[in-house]
Design a protein around this ligand. Structure first.
Ligand code: MN
Ligand code: MN
Length: 458
């Protein structure tokens, strides 16, 4: 029978666990959006000696075993590789996770004034319970791209000296009708407008509050109202990730779906010495809205990178990329719905994932009869079980909730479509997709161990 993993940790385990979780918490706090996650990941990778694959391509320099390269896809997705001893067409061991998270995006024409309040109009991104996003401190992260090609990075609400913004809710005293609505209608999408100011500009008649806010933005970022047309500003919960629980056994933070898998994958990948097989770590955007677009997993960017590498490794044949993919193994790492005793009715006890029982593997995800899932093969799961047991990684195999309770998808099926052997894998989360999600430190540690064991042995 499996046991709560905390019971078996040595002092060394505890030190290593705390190191990893402290670093993760810091990374999470400064990597709330995909662009920040890519920037911080590249910075880390450079410390480990990684170089832009583009430098090799442009200079025509060949790749050799042990070379460490990365591909930055438009600042929103990243693929990293360490060339192994074996030929690349023998396949790679791949870790994949996503770095976008549910949030509110500013609309293209976001700014308006109503009754001398200035607001940003938003369009939510990903699956959220809208009522969770009101009355909490929010921050603005992203970029404003100017016509002259300059891209201005925006971050307001994270520094202690910064103001925060937020969305108001109706007081209970006047909420009688509101409280009769079903939860999906209590706060409607068009009501998710962010209050950003109330002070009018002096000597201005019309839209004086809005003009005042624009003046502030002009002073801080040198942008005009029109520049929002070419901006990507994401509204996210303001503040840092924290230790959670009186025993500090957990972490509460925004965007743990899926930065908890992204960070542990990246760290395991960077810390692994060059292996027999080529290893890779992919951090992608847009998973929360269907892996679409040029920076989502459906994009060809990963395959294109492999093709470029094959060329630089001396493979001129057109079949090199497909042979590499067909022989590759992958952990598609995404969070799982951890068992919550308060909501046990949507869980099947025997097939749920539990906090502190290790990294979670999912043979299939999907909904309505596994629809949309990657159904990992029994043979591949047996191989994974063997690797985990041999390397003392604590794991559990589970489903995402009861049959017909709902469901979800990941990037697994996309790589599987490219004929990669893939299984879903990740860390259990409580309050998934809420502004503040909760994970267990022991599961984070086991995920890290799992990724190392997989890269070295799959
Ligand atoms: Mn996810
Ligand atoms: Mn998600």
């Amino acid at each position: 029978m499996k046991e709560n993993v905390w019971k078996n940790y040595s002092k060394e385990d505890m030190n290593r666990l705390n190191d990893i979780c402290d670093d993760y918490r810091k990374f999470l706090s400064v990597s709330k959006i995909e662009r920040e996650a890519v920037r911080n990941s590249i910075e880390l990778a450079k410390e480990f000696g990684f170089r832009d694959l583009e430098d090799f391509i442009l200079s025509g320099r060949e790749l050799h075993k042990g070379d460490k390269v990365y591909v930055n896809n438009r600042g929103k997705a990243l693929a990293l590789f360490v060339i192994g001893e074996e030929d690349i067409t023998n396949g790679m061991n791949i870790l994949g996770a996503h770095i976008d998270s549910p949030r509110l995006d500013l609309k293209a024409n976001p700014l308006y004034e109503d009754k001398e309040f200035a607001y940003f109009d938003t369009h939510y991104y990903g699956g959220i319970k809208k009522y969770q996003w009101v009355t909490i401190p929010l921050a603005l992260h992203g970029v404003v791209a100017l016509k002259n090609g300059e891209v201005i990075t925006v971050c307001i609400g994270e520094d202690e000296s910064d103001p925060v913004v937020g969305i108001t809710d109706l007081l209970p005293h006047l909420g009688q009708e509101q409280m009769k609505k079903e939860a999906s209608k209590v706060i409607e999408g068009e009501k998710l407008d962010v209050l950003i100011g109330s002070m009018p500009m002096k000597d201005e008649e019309e839209d004086a509050v809005k003009k005042n806010v624009l003046e502030i933005l002009k002073n801080r970022y040198n942008i005009e109202e029109e520049d929002f047309l070419s901006a990507e500003i994401e509204v996210v919960p303001a503040g840092k990730a924290r230790d959670f629980g009186l025993d500090r056994s957990m972490i509460m933070g925004y965007g743990q779906d899926d930065k908890v898998c992204a960070y542990t994958s990246l760290r395991a990948f960077l810390e692994t010495k060059p292996c027999k097989r080529t290893i890779s770590c992919i951090l992608v955007d847009k998973e929360e809205i269907g892996s679409v677009g040029s920076t989502g997993m459906e994009s060809n960017f990963f395959e294109n990178a492999i093709t470029e590498m094959c060329q630089l490794l001396g493979h001129k044949e057109v079949t090199a990329t497909s042979r590499c993919l067909s022989h590759s193994h992958m952990l598609s790492s995404d969070v799982n719905a951890a068992y919550d005793p308060l909501y046990s009715d949507v869980m099947d006890d025997r097939n749920a994932s539990f906090f502190n029982y290790g990294v979670v593997f999912c043979k299939y995800t999907g909904s309505r009869g596994k629809s949309g899932s990657n159904d990992a093969s029994a043979e591949f799961i047996a191989k994974i079980r063997n690797i985990m047991d041999t390397h003392s990684v604590r794991f559990q195999i589970s489903e995402l909730g009861k049959v017909d309770a709902g469901g979800g998808g990941t990037i697994a099926y996309i790589l599987a479509n490219r004929n990669v052997n893939v299984i879903d894998c990740g860390v259990g989360v409580l309050s998934m997709h809420a502004p503040w999600e909760v994970t267990s430190k022991s599961d984070i540690y086991e995920a890290y161990k799992c990724y190392v064991a997989f890269l070295e042995n799959a």
